[in-house]
Each structure stands twice: as C-alpha cells, then as structure tokens.
Write a new protein. Sequence first.
Length: 189
Amino acid sequence: MTDTISNLLEAAAGRAVPVVRGITDGQLADPTPCAEYDVRTLVDHLMQVVINFQALAARKEADFSSVRHYTDGDWRSRFADETGVLVAAWAVPGAEEGTAGTMGLPARTVGHMVLGDLTVHAWDLARATGQEFTPDPVVVDELVPSLAAMAPMARKGGVFGEPVPVPDDAPGFDKVLAMTGRDPHWQPA
C-alpha cells in the first residue's frame, strides 16, 4: 500500500528537525553540498519551502519569488513547528487529490517535491555541519522512483544538477543524492 504524503513527511521531519537543531550559530556561514548556498541560506531556503508547501497542500498560492531570512530568534524551534504544520497540511482529507500549484501538477507529485527537499536538504545540512544523517528507509523507497520521474523536468528547470554517477548496487539514498546532482561522498573542504 502506498503511504500518505503526511506520513512520509512526518518520518522525514523526524530526521530533519534534529539536524536543524544541531546547527550552531558559528556554522551558518559554512559551505554546503549546494554550491549556491551556505548553511544560513540553505536553512532559509528550506524554511521557505516548508512554509510554501503548506500553502500548496491547501491549494493556495505559494511565493517563491522573494527570499526571506528565517535564521533569527528561535529559528530552530520555528523549523520544528513549521514542519509540524506541513505534516498537518498534507494530512487534511483531499490534500493528495487533484492538482496543486500554478504548474498544475498532481498533488501527490507536489508532495513528493517537498518530501525530497526536506530529506535531501537535511542531508546537505548534516554534511555541512558534521552531523550524522540517515533518512527513513520508507521515505527513501518513495523518493527513488518519484525523484527519478521528476529529474528531467527538475534538471531543465535548474532545480537538480547533472546526475553524479554511482554504481548500480549503490544504496537507494546514494541514488537519490546522485540523481539530484550531489556527490554522496561530499565532505566540507
């Protein structure tokens, strides 16, 4: 049986929140596997994604045009709170039905997009800050086929980088990272 997006997001958030809580203020300027982001701007981006995908679950418009800064005040607790709101938004009956967002994508595809961001960016942040990160295996099993299906569109839109070669027998999460353009063995310089 296919798991619901809200259950998958809850599992992903359970792994992402401790990573965000583990980031020190002294690490905010550190580089990440996303060359265009340092830790601070990646946290800002991830928070914006979490908030905007709450709106998309409710069939409201999301604003990705401006970049807000979230890394002030108690941003670690706010991230935990906002991921809880995200899970609840996708648990509302009908959230996975029909289309969501201005691109007219199936709602479940939109849910997979935020699931991918939450999981992959948690890995990015963990790698950048020297933390351990192991995604939930159920989430990985869901992401492998869903991100593979999205990859051509995501690359064309500049959301994914070019795929990184990995062996056929690589673990599922290494395949997820590689298809998004990340080297699964990336370490800070």
